[in-house]
Ligand binder design. Structure first.
Ligand code: ATP
Ligand code: MG
Length: 188
């Protein structure tokens, strides 16, 4: 599951858990982006902070892990590179699934290396408040759709709350809320 995770929140974690259960996945690898190409123009938190928050959020789960491939690769992060690197780590026999929310799903055909992307992995589209999974045009036979409980949480809202001094409790894992406060992230 790729993302900026700026910060990671319970919507991400629920999506991963539900997708893993629905598809019987052995492992979910969270891959924080290095420099997300779609987020040019906005300040994003330091990659090491986003990585550490992702580790804090996932450490207690038996099959969640975090990969540094996108953080350690120089330049803009493209999912096609993520999947090539993960294919290298897990080998040719691994069945890779890329989990993505309904907001991002419809844009896959515009991502760099779209054709290769769909060869490297199957895609898993999870529902997200405000987006109708049923209305998205998708490449035939390449995407599994999973309806999950709707959690109306975004990293954008978490950052805004932190900037305004409003609480983050129960939107993000407790350790992530503490980390944000301790490091003074998103204070503006
Ligand atoms: P931002 O508001 O900064 O864009 P975000 O909450 O959308 O942050 P991302 O890091 O952009 O988080 O998302 C990573 C992945 O998680 C994307 O595929 C996104 O669609 C999915 N996702 C994020 N929040 C939810 C949610 N509440 N429910 C389902 N999927 C989600
Ligand atoms: Mg987003």
């Amino acid at each position: 599951m790729g993302g900026t995770f700026d910060p990671i929140h319970h919507g991400h974690l629920l999506a991963a858990s539900e997708a893993a259960y629905a598809l019987g996945l052995d492992e979910v690898v969270f891959v924080p982006a290095g420099q997300p190409w779609q987020k040019d123009g906005r300040d994003i938190a330091d990659a090491e902070d986003r990585y550490l928050m992702t580790v804090l959020a996932t450490a207690a789960h038996p099959v969640f892990s975090v990969s540094r491939v996108d953080i350690d690769r120089a330049g803009a992060t493209y999912t096609v590179d993520t999947l090539r690197d993960l294919r290298g780590v897990y080998g040719p026999e691994a069945e890779l699934h890329f989990i993505t929310g309904a907001d991002a799903l419809g844009g896959i055909h515009t991502w760099k290396g779209a054709e290769e992307l769909l060869e490297l992995a199957r895609f898993v589209g999870v529902s997200r408040p405000g987006y109708d999974l049923g209305e998205i045009e998708l490449p035939a036979g390449k995407v599994d759709l999973v309806e999950i409980p709707m959690m109306d949480i975004s990293s954008t809202e978490c950052r805004e709350r932190a900037a305004e001094g409003r609480p983050l409790w129960y939107l993000v894992p407790d350790d992530v809320a503490r980390y944000i406060a301790l490091r003074g992230l998103y204070r503006g």
